[in-house]
Design a protein around this ligand. Structure first.
Ligand code: MG
Length: 185
C-alpha cells in the first residue's frame, strides 16, 4: 500500500514556508481585522489570528501554499524552464494561474470568502501590497494571492462563527427565560 505523507508534516511545512517567505500570521490577521471589524464591534485581533490558524489547518489551503510558494522559490533561483521562468519571475499580468490556485482554496468557505478574495485581489491591503510591490529579486507571484486566499477564508469563517456564537447566546437566554416562566406557572 502507498504510504501517505503525514498531515502534520504538511501543516508544519506550510506554516514554515509562510514564515520563511516573510509572512507572519499576525500580518494576515490584520487584514482579517480590517475586513471584519466594520461588521463586528469590539472584534479583537486575537480572534482574527485564531481564524487564520484554523484556516491553515485545512489541507486544501496547505497544498495550495506548497505548490505556489515552491514555484515562487524556483523562479527566484531561475530554475524554471522558459518561458515559464520569465512569466513567473516577471509576474506577467496575463498569467492567472497564481489567482486560479488561490481561488481554488477559497471555495470551501462559501460566498463571503469568494467575494472577499475578489476584493483583496483588487485592493491589495497590508502585507499583500508589500508582497505585490516587487522588491529586489524576490518573487512573490503566487504568495500575494495565497495570502489573500487565507485572509478571505479566515474572514468568512469568522463572520459565520460570530453569528453562531450570537445565536447560541440568544438560545441560552431563551432557555433561561423559559425555565423562569415554567417556575412561575
Ligand atoms: Mg500574483
Amino acid at each position: 500500500m502507498k504510504q501517505h505523507v503525514d498531515s502534520r508534516e504538511i501543516y508544519k511545512t506550510a506554516r514554515n514556508l509562510l514564515k520563511e517567505r516573510g509572512v507572519e500570521l499576525k500580518d494576515i490577521a490584520e487584514i482579517v481585522y480590517e475586513m471584519q471589524s466594520p461588521y463586528e464591534s469590539g472584534l479583537k485581533l486575537e480572534k482574527c489570528l485564531g481564524s487564520v490558524e484554523a484556516v491553515l489547518e485545512k489541507r486544501e489551503m496547505q497544498h495550495a501554499l506548497l505548490v505556489g510558494i515552491e514555484l515562487d522559490k524556483l523562479a527566484e533561483k531561475g530554475l524554471l524552464s522558459e518561458p515559464l521562468q520569465s512569466i513567473v519571475a516577471d509576474d506577467e499580468s496575463l498569467f492567472g494561474v497564481d489567482e486560479t490556485i488561490a481561488i481554488g482554496a477559497v471555495f470551501g468557505y462559501g460566498s463571503i470568502a469568494v467575494t472577499t478574495y475578489g476584493h483583496l485581489d483588487k485592493a491589495k491591503i497590508g502585507i499583500i501590497k508589500q508582497l505585490d510591490s516587487k522588491a529586489g529579486s524576490a518573487v512573490h507571484t503566487f504568495l500575494d494571492d495565497l495570502v489573500a486566499s487565507i485572509a478571505a477564508n479566515a474572514s468568512s469563517r469568522l463572520a459565520h462563527h460570530i453569528r453562531d456564537e450570537a445565536e447560541e447566546e440568544e438560545h441560552k437566554r431563551m432557555l433561561v427565560a423559559d425555565v423562569h416562566d415554567e417556575g412561575r406557572s
